[in-house]
Write a new protein. Structure first.
Length: 525
């Protein structure tokens, strides 16, 4: 019989350190790695480092003290070395996985505030009375000083309460877009954002309302060019970066014009689900802008000033905000709080993954085209043009834990990989929605992640609740994905009357000659 699992941060630190000391791979100074694509050293010596964030959380070993692990870190091998074989042991191991992911992957978020309150600002009937729209303002946190707006669409026909899909689809209709910080001077250009500090280009106020996919279309206007000098502090860099006022939203082609259009177009509403939309920038500002001392400017707005002793990145903040939505939806009589779904695409797909992994009240996670730092394991990313850890820490290190940056060029020393997030969702239903022509996502890395997480589902007899679905598209979120998501939810959250069948279009295919049934999501293998 295996020994009982011992848990706790002290044990975790000591055992991780012991693993490093006993490893065949010698610890100590790492040789300088080189990016083959750019022939530049990793890390780049020109980088202006981000000042450490003071926290009370225990420190775990850095890459120089960890062993090389070419294989994916085992979800069933805890710090005390005794393999997990029972659901009770898995519950303890799950807590250990989360602590490691918080430290290395997303940073430490504050605890739930415990005082979320929703206030209805507006209510109206839409689509001939078939949908009710409510604009809700949430308030919470110290002295209820934090908050943001939700748009809650619910069917008026059928028997409620209704399952709900939470989607970062932009500023809800009728809400006032919050002021935005400027973008970082090199944001979105594929260059190392740690080479510059100071003022950037004004944020595009049109992101106040994105298309339902949550992705900017390729026709979006380019950002103004930056005049910042790499490795230097611009002379006009402010001591504190002030927000810029958001202008009226410019609607992208195909973007919903108003609440009526959103309600009429929503596949979720048509199939009996509530649709809950919010702007992820209201939770944490998606900017790589930095103050003259190198600190991230996003930490001066939204949730961050209220919790200075937490080193969470933006993915953690967006996921934490989703949990505040869950707090509210548990009190909304129109919503079935036992059937909550979170989705999002690309960067918000990554945060949907974190939210589903960390908040067990979310019944189903369904992230879309997550790219690097998403579904696919870091160790296998890099084939084709797929995003790697090195690329993500070059373009958007602000999304992640500050401790992840040290692993650039030495991904095999990570004590975790992305399959741990999927494992934390077990045994709740989870579907990864991918595109066959999405070049930034590695099919091999996605498949390996699902394979490595499946034992957590099998332990509870829930292997069929973990799936990956491929549709014939690139880096986008479209109707094929919505239908696959809703089909999967109908199958695994079936406590309401089943809707008329809606099949996934026959154009949906899987990569590498792996067949997929057109009318259903293919379980990942």
């Amino acid at each position: 019989m295996p020994c009982p699992l011992r848990s706790g941060v002290a044990l975790l630190v000591s055992v991780l350190t012991a693993m490093a000391a006993s490893s065949a791979a010698p610890p100590g100074p790492m040789p300088t790695a080189t990016s083959a694509a750019a022939n530049e050293p990793i890390p780049d010596p020109r980088e202006i480092l981000v000042p450490p964030i003071a926290t009370a959380f225990p420190q775990l070993p850095g890459p120089e003290a960890l062993p090389v692990q070419h294989a994916l870190p085992d979800i069933f091998r805890p710090a005390d070395g005794h393999r997990v074989t029972t659901p009770d042991q898995w519950r303890q191991r799950r807590a250990e996985l989360r602590r490691i992911l918080e430290h290395y992957a997303v940073g430490h978020a504050p605890p739930a505030p415990g005082n979320v309150r929703g206030r209805e600002l507006k209510s109206q009937l839409l689509v001939g009375g078939n949908v009710r729209y409510r604009l809700i303002h949430l308030s919470f946190g110290p002295n209820e000083s934090l908050g943001f707006d939700l748009g809650v669409f619910t069917p008026t026909r059928g028997t409620g309460p209704f399952p709900a899909v939470m989607v970062p689809a932009g500023t809800p209709p009728g809400a006032t877009p919050l002021p935005r910080l400027p973008n970082g001077p090199t944001q979105g250009k594929g260059t190392n954002v740690l080479l510059v500090v100071g003022r950037g280009a004004p944020a595009d106020a049109s992101t106040a309302r994105l298309p339902p996919s949550g992705l900017e279309p390729k026709s979006a206007a380019p950002k103004p060019a930056s005049t910042a000098t790499p490795g230097a502090i611009p002379s006009d860099a402010p001591a504190t970066v002030s927000a810029v006022s958001a202008a009226p939203a410019r609607r992208f082609p195909g973007a919903p014009a108003d609440a009526e259009q959103i309600a009429a177009d929503s596949l979720a509403l048509a199939r009996g689900y509530a649709y809950v939309m919010f702007n992820y920038n209201d939770l944490g500002e998606d900017t790589t802008l930095r103050a003259p001392d190198g600190s991230w400017s996003f930490r001066t707005t939204r949730f961050f000033p209220a919790y200075p002793g937490h080193d969470w990145g933006l993915l953690g903040a967006w996921a934490w905000g989703v949990s505040r939505i869950v707090d509210y939806l548990q009190t909304d009589p129109a919503i079935d709080a036992s059937r909550l779904i979170v989705t999002g695409a690309s960067r918000t797909g990554k945060s949907a993954l974190v939210a589903a992994a960390f908040d067990e009240r979310i019944a189903l996670g369904a992230p879309v085209v997550t790219g690097g730092g998403g579904i696919g394991v870091y160790r296998l990313c890099g084939d084709g043009r797929s995003e790697t850890l090195d690329i993500m820490e070059k373009k958007y290190p602000n999304w992640f834990s500050p401790h992840l940056h040290a692993f650039r060029g030495q991904v095999d020393r990570l004590p975790f990989d992305q399959h741990w997030f999927l494992a934390l969702c077990a045994p709740r239903p989870f579907i990864a929605l991918e595109g066959t022509t999405d070049v930034i996502s590695s099919p091999a890395a996605v498949r390996a992640s699902v394979d490595a997480a499946r034992p957590a589902y099998a332990l509870s007899g829930a292997s069929d609740k973990l799936a990956v679905h491929y549709s014939d598209h690139g880096h986008t979120f479209n109707a094929d994905d919505w239908n696959a998501l809703l089909d999967f939810a109908d199958q695994h959250l079936p406590t309401r009357a089943a809707p008329p069948p809606v099949g996934v279009p026959s154009t949906s295919i899987a990569p590498a000659a792996a067949p997929v049934t057109p009318s259903a999501a293919r379980p990942g293998r």
